[in-house]
Design a protein around this ligand. Structure first.
Ligand code: 0O2
Length: 267
């Protein structure tokens, strides 16, 4: 097949990856803005390279004309969580989405691969709008923790280096490392509540400070300068107290003041 044709074929997959990544990024943002803990830490996506598609077709005896049907991970999304528990929360979130229909789920946390690979895979149908109308295609979502991702990334590059001939002692060491990752994830889960609390406070504080600064900046345009300077000084004082509830109270009061000025300026 000509390179140009490949590019055209893969274009809708690139669109799907871009759209899905943006949607999950907005979800992370929405959690954080509402002061809640986000079960998704990061999201990344990629379109499988032409050489990987050809390799997989060869390995699995797939005809070129059928690769879109049989290769499920042309559009790949990787969702990284902080804790193992979050993986199952994300799975539930995805199951309930209206814009994707689940085709298959593979729980490699329960059915760990021989290599030691752990991850939760979901294959879903997703529709993109193209020049020729809507196209329904498959996307693969791999959901795993930061630690599982660290292991899989290193193991994947070694697999690539050695192909099928990975030395036995290296395979064993990777296996041991995979077990150490399980222990690490369990340890992190045991302090999950504490970590979540501190992260929630951090994001809540960052959100409040951003809102307050925007309000003060807007007040400079419409309010008496001396009054705004007083508000600003008060903000610095409250901020230095490092008390989230006081910052919340200040932010609410400032909202009322800003609303008052806005109403006045509309008269
Ligand atoms: P890429 O894009 O380079 O990551 P398979 O038969 O394993 O080729 P299958 O049955 O279609 O693939 O799906 P499966 O087993 O669910 O796995 C597909 C993808 O999961 C792989 O994509 C890897 O990304 C990841 N994966 C599966 N097993 C392992 C493993 O042992 N180690 C690591 N590091 N990753 C794994 P590809 O095809 O490798 O392509």
């Amino acid at each position: 097949m000509e390179i140009q044709l490949w590019r055209e074929l893969l274009e809708p997959y690139a669109l799907a990856v871009d759209e899905v990544v943006v949607k999950f990024e907005h979800l992370i943002d929405a959690y954080r803005k509402s002061g809640s803990y986000s079960p998704i830490e990061q999201v990344k996506g990629r379109v499988k390279s032409i050489s990987s598609i050809l390799e997989k077709c060869q390995k699995k005896g797939i005809e070129f004309g059928e690769f879109e049907q049989y290769i499920e991970d042309i559009a790949g999304i990787r969702i990284i969580c902080q804790f193992t528990e979050d993986i199952y929360r994300v799975v539930e979130i995805i199951r309930n989405r209206a814009d994707m229909q689940i085709k298959e789920e593979k729980d490699y946390l329960v059915n760990v691969k021989d290599s030691g690979y752990r991850s939760y895979h979901m294959i879903a149908y997703y529709t993109v709008e193209t020049l020729r109308g809507p196209k329904r295609l498959q996307i693969e979502m791999q959901i795993r923790t930061l630690a599982m991702n660290f292991w899989a990334t290193i193991e994947h590059s070694l697999q690539y280096k050695y192909k099928k001939n990975m030395p036995e002692n290296l395979r064993q060491r990777l296996h041991n490392a995979a077990e150490a990752i399980v222990v690490l994830d369990k340890e992190m889960s045991s302090v999950r509540d504490e970590i979540m609390d501190s992260q929630n406070s951090f994001h809540r504080k960052a959100g409040l400070v951003a809102d307050i600064l925007t309000n003060i900046q807007n007040l400079y345009k419409i309010a008496n300068k001396k009054e705004v300077v007083k508000i600003q000084d008060e903000f610095f004082r409250v901020y230095q107290e490092a008390d989230l509830s006081k910052l919340e109270h200040f932010s609410k009061e400032l909202d009322v003041i800003a609303e008052g000025y806005r109403a006045q300026s509309l008269r």
